[in-house]
Design a protein around this ligand. Structure first.
Ligand SMILES: [Zn+2]
Length: 208
């Protein structure tokens, strides 16, 4: 999948999501709400869940998919995990966070999903950010930051940060990270050999 096609698809789906009427579970308001918060706190409590997201990302790469993973945590316990399956499903929408949300909707009541924390191996792309906001997720912890991701993928020009999108949607978000970013960057060494980006990413990783 090329960067251009990823951008086009993400943008189309993002516009579709944003054009949908607000659901009852995620009421929109014209009143200003608290801005998304970047929390600087003790991150150690998040490390086990982020490491699990990294392990899922490595597993995705070994399965021939892009190296991203996500974990859903409710009341301190992992209730669901997911990997990116873009390549094996031949579906550009199958990002780890999307797979997590789709399966969560099938398995758990909406209030459980909304009150859970999403841990993701890298800060969410615009496509996943819109889906997370639409599902009512208000707490996200990420491993690799947008800045570090850009150093590997060179994608700064296409990124709409998750917390910025939430602000524009007037949705509250506690956005925590990066967590174990150095370990998270090593995950990209497992990017699948079959993907056209492999060489580009490998060269970038050498220069970090
Ligand atoms: Zn995504």
């Amino acid at each position: 999948m090329s960067k251009r096609s990823m951008l086009v698809v993400s943008s189309c789906i993002l516009m579709l999501l944003l054009s949908q009427p607000a659901s009852a579970e995620t009421p929109r308001t014209d009143q200003p709400v608290a801005p998304a918060k970047a929390v600087a706190t003790d991150l150690r409590e998040h490390e086990p869940f982020i490491r699990q997201a990294f392990e899922l990302a490595v597993s995705a790469g070994k399965h021939g998919n892009h190296t991203f993973g996500a974990v859903l945590v409710h009341q301190g316990k992992v209730i669901l995990t997911s990997e990116n399956t873009v390549c094996t499903d031949n579906d550009v929408s199958r990002h780890a966070e999307i797979n997590l949300l789709v399966n969560a909707r099938r398995k758990f009541p909406s209030d459980v999903v909304r009150s859970s924390t999403v841990y993701t191996s890298a800060a969410p792309c615009p496509f996943c950010s819109a889906a997370l906001a639409a599902r009512g997720i208000s707490r996200i912890v990420y491993g690799v930051s947008y800045e570090a991701f850009d150093r590997v993928f060179g994608t700064k020009e296409v990124l709409l940060p998750c917390d910025s999108l939430y602000r524009q949607l007037h949705k509250e978000l506690t956005f925590i990270g990066p967590v174990l970013e150095g370990e998270g960057l090593l995950v990209f060494k497992h990017w699948p050999e079959s993907d056209p980006f492999k060489q580009f990413i490998s060269e970038r990783l050498k220069n970090l």
